[in-house]
Design a protein around this ligand. Structure first.
Ligand SMILES: Cc1ncc(COP(=O)(O)O)c(C=O)c1O
Ligand SMILES: [Zn+2]
Length: 550
C-alpha cells in the first residue's frame, strides 16, 4: 500500500515559505499571501504510479497521492472524474482538424467539471470536521457542492445571483441546500456570502483561493495526459502526453489554473515532456481577462461564466500565457449559441451554454490562425444542466436578498445597502441536540435537519457527553438514541427529569432497539415521540420536530 498522500506541504509562491498542511490554511504564516499551494513528494510518487495506477479505477481518486486529504475515511466520492476523452470526428472533419478531443465533463455526477472540486473540497471539509458551509456560485459549483454536502452531512448555504437560470437554482434546492438569491451580480453575491459567513462564523469556500479547488482541477490534466496516448501515442520519451492546447470557457479561472499545476507536476515526475498552451475563452459581455479590466455590469446570457472580477487567477494566467503562449479570447453569445448547435448536430453532444463558449472560442482561434489545424487540441466540455421540474419544490425553496440598485462595487459599511440586506435572512430558529453514538446515523439525522429550516445542530457521541451538552446548551429539542455506551438513553431521560428546566425540553427518541413492554412503559410520559430506525422517512421525522419547535 502506498503511504498516501505523499506528505502534502504548504507552499507560498510569494515568499517561498514551506510548512505542514494542518488547519484550513487561509494565508501564508510568513507573508500573509492568500494564494497557497500544496506540494508533494513527487519523486516517490513517480516511482509508485507506473505500477500502482494500473490497478486503480479510472476516476479522480486514482491520483490519490497527489490529493491532499489525509484519511480515506473522509473521502466524499461519487465516482467523479475519469470522464471520457472523445475524438470530435465530424467537427474535426469539417474544420480540417484531425486532433480535436473533447474532455467530456458532462459525465460527472452532477453534470459538470465542478464535481471534482466538490468532491475534494467537501472531503477536506469533512476532514476538518465542518458541518455547515457557505458557497457563492453562478450555478454549477452550488449544484455540485450541494450534492456532495448531502452525502457528507454538511448544511450548505448557496448564494446565487438571481440571474442564474431557474433550472440550476432548482437543482440546488432539490439537494436540500439553502438557496439564497441575491438580486445583483456574481461579484456582489460573493461579497454578501462572505459577510453572511463571517457574521455567523460559518466556514466559507474561498473559490479559487482555496487549495482544494486548484488541486481538484489538476486531475483534468492528469487524465488528459493519460488518455491522449491511446489516440496519438506517448510524448517524447515520456509515457503520457500533453496536448498542444487546453481550451476552456473561463469564469474565475480555476480550471486552467489547476490544469496548469497538473502539467507542472507531471513534468516534475517525468510523465510528460512539455506544457500545453492554455486558451481561456470568455463571453464578450463579461470578458475581464480579455479586456484586462473588471466588468461591473456583465452583459451576457451565459451567466455561469459571468465573473466580472476574476481576482488572482488573472495575473497568474496572464503570466503563463505570456511566457508559454496561449490565448485569452472573447466570443459573443450568438457565437456561443451557434457552437452549441453545431456540437449537438455534428458530434451528438448537447451542452450548456457555458461549455459551448469554449467551442466558440476554438472556432475563433482557428479562424485567426492562432491555433493551427494540425495542433493537438483538447476542449473541456465543462457541463450540462439537469432540468428539475418546478412542481417538485413547492413555492418556498429560495430566499431572496434584494440589493439596492446603485451600490458601488467596493465594500460598503456593514449596516447599509448590500450587506444590510442580509438581515432579511439573518435569524436562526431553534437548536436541536442529536445524542447518537453511531456516526452514520448521526449524519443522517443531521442531514434531515439540514434540509429544512435553519436549525442550530448540536451533537454528542455518547451518553455522558450528551448530557453535558444538553445541560450546557439547553437545546429546544433532543433527538435521543437509546443504546449508547456509558450512559444510555434511559439514564439520560432520568437525568433530564431531575432538572426542573430540562425536564420541559421535548425529547424524540430515535432507536434501532425493539423495545420490550417494560421499556415502553419506562419511556411513556417522558418522551414526545418514538421513531423506530428504518421505519420513518425524513418527512415523518421533520413533522415530529416541526410540531414541537414552532
Ligand atoms: C460549465 C462551466 N464551464 C466553465 C466554467 C468556468 O470555470 P472556471 O473559470 O472556474 O475554471 C464554469 C464555472 O462555473 C462552469 O460551470
Ligand atoms: Zn508567503
Amino acid at each position: 500500500m502506498s503511504p498516501y498522500p505523499a506528505s502534502p506541504r504548504l507552499k507560498c509562491a510569494a515568499c517561498g515559505y514551506e510548512g505542514p498542511l494542518e488547519r484550513p490554511p487561509m494565508e501564508c504564516p510568513r507573508c500573509g499571501e492568500e494564494w497557497l499551494d500544496v506540494v508533494y513528494d513527487y519523486e516517490s510518487v513517480s516511482k509508485l504510479w507506473p505500477e500502482a495506477l494500473r490497478n486503480r479505477p479510472f476516476d479522480m481518486w486514482r491520483y490519490r497521492e497527489l490529493l491532499h486529504v489525509k484519511d480515506d475515511a473522509n473521502l466524499v466520492t461519487m465516482g467523479e472524474g475519469g470522464t471520457p476523452l472523445l475524438r470530435a470526428i465530424n467537427l474535426g472533419l469539417m474544420l480540417g482538424c484531425p486532433h480535436i478531443y473533447i474532455k467530456d465533463e458532462r459525465q460527472g455526477p452532477t453534470g459538470s467539471f465542478k464535481d471534482r472540486q466538490a468532491s475534494l473540497s467537501i472531503s477536506f471539509m469533512k476532514e476538518l470536521g465542518i458541518t455547515e458551509a457557505v458557497v457563492a456560485s453562478t450555478g454549477n459549483v452550488a449544484i455540485s457542492y450541494s450534492a456532495y454536502s448531502a452525502l457528507a452531512g454538511i448544511k450548505l448555504w448557496a448564494f446565487l445571483t438571481s440571474l442564474v437560470p431557474p433550472e440550476k437554482m432548482r437543482e440546488v434546492a432539490l439537494y436540500g441546500s439553502e438557496v439564497v438569491k441575491v438580486t445583483s451580480t456574481y461579484d456582489q453575491t460573493k461579497q454578501v456570502a462572505a459577510e453572511f459567513a463571517a457574521r455567523r462564523g460559518i466556514f466559507r469556500d474561498r473559490g479559487i483561493r482555496s487549495i482544494s479547488a486548484r488541486e481538484s482541477m489538476k486531475t483534468v490534466a492528469f487524465e488528459i495526459a493519460e488518455q491522449l496516448p491511446q489516440f496519438i501515442g506517448p510524448g517524447n520519451g515520456t509515457p503520457w502526453r500533453t496536448p498542444d492546447w487546453y481550451i476552456q470557457s473561463v469564469s474565475g479561472g480555476m480550471g486552467p489554473v489547476g490544469v496548469w499545476k497538473g502539467y507542472q507536476e507531471l513534468m516534475q515526475m517525468g510523465l510528460v515532456d512539455r506544457m500545453p498552451k492554455l486558451a481561456c475563452i470568455q463571453a464578450a459581455g463579461c470578458a475581464p481577462m480579455v479586456r484586462v479590466e473588471p466588468v461591473l455590469n456583465p452583459q451576457t446570457l451565459v451567466i455561469t461564466i459571468a465573473t466580472g472580477n476574476p481576482g488572482p487567477a488573472y495575473p497568474f494566467l496572464a503570466h503563463v500565457i505570456k511566457e508559454h503562449g496561449g490565448a485569452f479570447e472573447a466570443v459573443t453569445d450568438e457565437e456561443t449559441f451557434h457552437a452549441m448547435h453545431v456540437m449537438a448536430k455534428l458530434d451528438g453532444m448537447s451542452m450548456e451554454t457555458a461549455a459551448a463558449t469554449a467551442f466558440a472560442g476554438l472556432f475563433k482561434l482557428l479562424n485567426k490562425g492562432v491555433i493551427k489545424r494540425d495542433d493537438v487540441i483538447v476542449v473541456n466540455c465543462s457541463g450540462h444542466t439537469f432540468p428539475v421540474e418546478k412542481h417538485l419544490l413547492g413555492d418556498e425553496w429560495a430566499r431572496t436578498i434584494e440589493v439596492p440598485e446603485a451600490v458601488p462595487h467596493i465594500a460598503l459599511p456593514a449596516e447599509e445597502g448590500l450587506l444590510g440586506s442580509l438581515e432579511q435572512i439573518d435569524k436562526r430558529v431553534h437548536s436541536i441536540a442529536i445524542l447518537e453514538d453511531n456516526p452514520q446515523s448521526a449524519l443522517l439525522l443531521r442531514r434531515i435537519l439540514q434540509t429544512r429550516g435553519d436549525y442550530q445542530i448540536l451533537e454528542a457521541r455518547d451518553g455522558a457527553e450528551g448530557l453535558a451538552l444538553v445541560q450546557r446548551e439547553r437545546p429546544d429539542l433532543i433527538l435521543l438514541d437509546l443504546m449508547m455506551p456509558g450512559m444510555d438513553g434511559f439514564e439520560i431521560l432520568e437525568a433530564l427529569k431531575a432538572d426542573e428546566e430540562l425536564s420541559k425540553v421535548p425529547v424524540v427518541v430515535v432507536t434501532a432497539k425493539d423495545l420490550t413492554s417494560a421499556e415502553r412503559k419506562r419511556l411513556s410520559g417522558q418522551i414526545e415521540a418514538l421513531m423506530q430506525k428504518g421505519a420513518f422517512t425524513d418527512e415523518d421525522l421533520l413533522d415530529e420536530i416541526l410540531k414541537r419547535t414552532v
